[in-house]
Design a protein around this ligand. Structure first.
Ligand code: NAD
Ligand code: ZN
Ligand code: ZN
Length: 339
């Protein structure tokens, strides 16, 4: 039996452990992927803490920004061959025949299995994944860049798409972390004027570097007033992890504005004023990751030079320190484990 190193959550709320475990065997329709790069998404922290109403079952291995090489294919896996470079995303698999799968909304499939949550994920030297749901990484995209694109990229690309943003409209991005630094770039690519909102000056500087037209520090300034002074937002994309930010983002919309909720706070409730929602013709939209095709589009945009990934490399052994760094908010956008 060959062993590998994997990050394992032994119990919800406990520290992540690095363990030596057997390299998994690809079952029917699966591929075995040798990891090259694997991102740390804030979702992995929520997973390890058991923050959400639907909880993962420990012990499990988080990670859904996995990029690596197919080493072996299981019985009946015909789409990928050993040597192919692929990405393992949150959408580990979906049924392929429900009304959502059939209409381009596989991300809403009720039978989906999520990587690093329902099935062991990419914080390990090897992972098995569904042959049908891994996504090919083009040669022009490095594994290091592909990792954050596999969740942070596809999620914010999709969120900006579903916002219906039009050229010349204003998009406010609340939370310039792993997701937010890419959201700023997609909002610009769609032709919006962009306002970046965060509580850390370093993140706001990053937003500026990546093309934000205005930035607001929500720790020192009231973001509702500040965005209002700039004319209000047609779209507000919320990537922060506290309900108050969702409420602020809603209040910063101008009439006809769309609140796109992406962050998934442990504290699950927000309050929206109905009168303002109705008379202002506003919308509240939930957006969850993106499809395999959205991810292929994200890779293609990156290959074409339209996006920049800001990330730092880390060792999987340092996973607990990395989690602390992300929670402290002093990470330059994304951390990526390299192997
Ligand atoms: P992150 O920790 O990298 O980024 C969060 C950012 O919010 C940080 O820059 C932080 O400084 C900022 N922030 C904190 N307080 C703020 C405030 N009051 N106002 C404005 N900004 C504030 O996290 P991430 O990896 O980008 O993930 C963000 C959230 O999105 C998480 O809840 C994660 O679970 C969720 N997520 C959702 C999807 C989806 O498909 N819906 C996909 C991936 C992640
Ligand atoms: Zn389905
Ligand atoms: Zn994620």
């Amino acid at each position: 039996m060959t062993l590998m190193r994997a990050a394992v959550v032994p119990e919800l709320g406990g520290k992540v452990e690095i363990r030596e475990v057997p390299v998994p065997e690809p079952g029917p329709g699966q591929v075995l992927v040798r990891m090259l790069a694997s991102g740390l998404c804030h979702t992995d922290i929520h997973a390890a803490n058991g923050d959400w109403p639907v909880k993962p079952r420990p012990p499990f291995t988080p990670g859904h920004e996995g990029v690596g090489i197919v080493e072996k294919v299981g019985p009946g896996a015909t789409l990928h061959r050993p040597g192919d470079r692929v990405a393992i995303a949150w959408l580990g698999s979906a049924c392929g025949h429900c009304r959502y799968c059939l209409t381009g909304w596989e991300t809403l499939c009720e039978a989906q299995r999520n990587s690093g949550y329902a099935v062991d994920g990419a914080w390990a030297e090897y992972a098995v994944a569904s042959d049908s749901h891994v996504v090919a990484v083009p040669d022009a995209v490095s594994s290091f860049d592909a990792a954050p694109l596999t969740c942070a990229g596809v999620t914010t690309f999709k969120a900006v798409k579903v916002s219906g943003i039009q050229p010349g409209e204003t998009a406010a991005v609340y939370g310039i972390g792993g997701l937010g630094h890419l959201a700023v770039q997609y909002a610009r690519a769609f032709g919006a004027r962009v306002i970046g909102v965060d509580v850390e000056d370093a993140k706001l500087e990053l937003a500026r570097d990546l093309g934000a037209d205005h930035v607001v520090n929500a720790r020192t300034t009231d973001p509702v007033e500040a965005v209002g002074d700039l004319g209000g937002a047609d779209v507000a994309v919320v990537l922060a992890t506290s309900p108050r930010v969702f409420e602020q983002a809603f209040s910063s919309l101008r009439r006809g504005g769309r609140l796109v909720c992406v962050g998934l706070p442990a504290d699950d409730k927000m309050t929206i004023p109905i009168f303002d929602l109705v008379l202002g013709g506003k919308s509240v939209i939930g957006s969850i990751v993106g499809t395999r095709q959205d991810l292929a589009d994200v890779f293609a945009l990156h290959a074409a030079g339209r996006t920049k990934v800001i990330a730092e490399a880390r060792r999987l052994d340092d996973v607990n320190t990395c989690i602390e760094e992300v929670l402290a908010g002093n990470v330059p956008a994304r951390l990526v484990f390299t192997f």
